[in-house]
Design a protein around this ligand. Sequence first.
Ligand SMILES: Nc1ncnc2c1ncn2[C@@H]1O[C@H](COP(=O)(O)OP(=O)(O)OP(=O)(O)O)[C@@H](O)[C@H]1O
Length: 243
Amino acid sequence: MSNTRPIIQAEQLTKVFGNFTAVNRISFEVSPGEIFGFLGANGAGKTTAMRMLTGLLSPSAGKATVAGFDIYKQTEKIKRHIGYMSQKFSLYDDLSIRENFRFYGGIYGLSTSMIRKQTDDMLEKMGLTSEKNTLLKALPLGWKQKLAFAIAMIHRPEIIFLDEPTGGVDPVTRRQFWDLITETAYQGTTIFVTTHYMDEAEYCHRISMMVDGKIKALDSPKSLKKQFDAGSMDEVFLKLARG
Ligand SMILES: Nc1ncnc2c1ncn2[C@@H]1O[C@H](COP(=O)(O)OP(=O)(O)OP(=O)(O)O)[C@@H](O)[C@H]1O
């Protein structure tokens, strides 16, 4: 992985709201196919950083490229090369699974046949083929999250940004969701994921730990535990947060 060109590069990336610095000069690189975890407490600046990288929010300073495109000048190109599942992902409750795929596929400009193929492939993979005509509102939250993930991948992006994708679901469903993430990365898609569940950090190839807008540590889970002489990522985080 380390021999390939980074698919995300951020240098001194900063966002200031009024006189409050939400993201404070963060620098990092992500390799293609990597699962890159963005960890931190509530308000650490994870969502703000992600919104800058997805082209949704203009930075105050610093620079970054995503899939080779500049986050100031090429936001439209970035949007075509990435998928994004926000914290408040919104699928349509009154539409069926298939109709949701059709709707979002249309937004991405995919052909009807491509949408059909992608829908069939993904539902098959998730074991949801028999439910394709079920309305979203009849499904458990965990299924909706998996569908939101699949729909964010419908245009086969190079990178997928996931903002706390497993919030509010039970541990078994969280585990299944991470199986989906791992498989997707294995197939070559880069995963950029924020979470505040420290156990989820173990599934990431590398983790950046954010505290008050800054990246305080960045390495593999194994190296971080060694570096901080900690038995778990939870312990690493507590040691970091206490400074
Ligand atoms: N548009 C905004 N205007 C002013 N302050 C903002 C704005 N957006 C975010 N903030 C502040 O920036 C800080 C970082 O927020 P952010 O949502 O990036 O954190 P986070 O790490 O993603 O937390 P969470 O886990 O709660 O989503 C917070 O203190 C938040 O109140």
